[in-house]
Design a protein around this ligand. Sequence first.
Ligand SMILES: Nc1ncnc2c1ncn2[C@@H]1O[C@H](COP(=O)(O)OP(=O)(O)OP(=O)(O)O)[C@@H](O)[C@H]1O
Ligand SMILES: [Mg+2]
Length: 340
Amino acid sequence: MSENIIFVDKQYKFILDLIPMGECLVNKGKSITSFTSEVFCFKFKEQQEQGWVLKPISVNNLREAVAERAAYKFSNEAGLGIVPETKIGSYKGMVAIIKPFIDSNNHLSDETYKYLLASNNDNIKDLKNFWFVFGQWDTSSDNAIYTNDGRLISIDNTNIANIQKVGTYGEPHFVKTFFTSHPNEGSIEQADRIIGPGKNVLEVLNTKFGENAAKSVNAEIIAKKPYFEFTYFVNDNYVWRNHYSFDKFPNYFVPKAQMDIKSLEKFTTIKNIDCNNIFKTTLQELQTILEMQEEPNAKSIIYSLDRHFDIICEGINQRYDLAYDYLVDQYDEGIAELTC
Ligand SMILES: Nc1ncnc2c1ncn2[C@@H]1O[C@H](COP(=O)(O)OP(=O)(O)OP(=O)(O)O)[C@@H](O)[C@H]1O
Ligand SMILES: [Mg+2]
């Protein structure tokens, strides 16, 4: 059966060899990474040398499609080159994300990943600032690829779509998670932590917050984990959770990263990016796809996504300011030390 992807410009492209990502990684002799979405690899009929990745997105999760496409636009407009070119299309009546398959030697081990993150070269500094400012908080090694030309890049950027808060530059993001009638507890500076075997953590969560907690985490998977940590605070009826595991990746940010003038100038190019414009143009693309699919609720879906991404954009601007102030202070301190 012939299958195709339709792009925003209404161009049809025929595809071949669509297979689940797990199988694809094994065929390429790589180990299987940890992931939850239905992700596939495939080839375009007219250009069979290059592999591609397809991620169908359900109509309830369209914010993920916007996040993936917008992440590419951010990286591209800032000249960072750390997100593969990502497009929105239509596949079998579903919205889908399409990007090139990036070849790499193999999945990164935790050790190699930690080592790379600590190396703090220009590529790593750009990547950390991209993660921090744009809110790609899920920086596990499954979401990064070390390319054959020696660069670490960010391949799964759906989490940009989460409403999130940060305390100071370099601190991990807290994600707005679920509603609770529980009173305020902890704070972004002093978060609470529930730790232990997955089953026990789930019990504590259930006692404290009721069913909403179990629904917000992947309870089946967590119940089997010998160790799990849930770091959070409660503010105005919402639980804000930090998913970051300090035990696993202590080098998310190197607090005293050396900021030279070149990196600082590069960072300021991020300021010129109009995140409202990026989200709005991406939403127009999505609307075109939904209308092509004759989605009856296209208008209201786009309207509610538009409001959601206004909030996301405010967060991006705030994090930019936090990072910029920190980095400029640090740069000034460095200059002062040199001139002493
Ligand atoms: N562009 C790419 N090039 C090479 N491999 C990729 C690419 N995109 C995804 N993969 C592989 O597919 C796996 C799953 O993809 P991805 O991380 O996007 O899905 P996921 O984690 O299930 O998504 P989500 O977090 O949105 O639920 C990755 O860990 C990686 O091994
Ligand atoms: Mg992933």
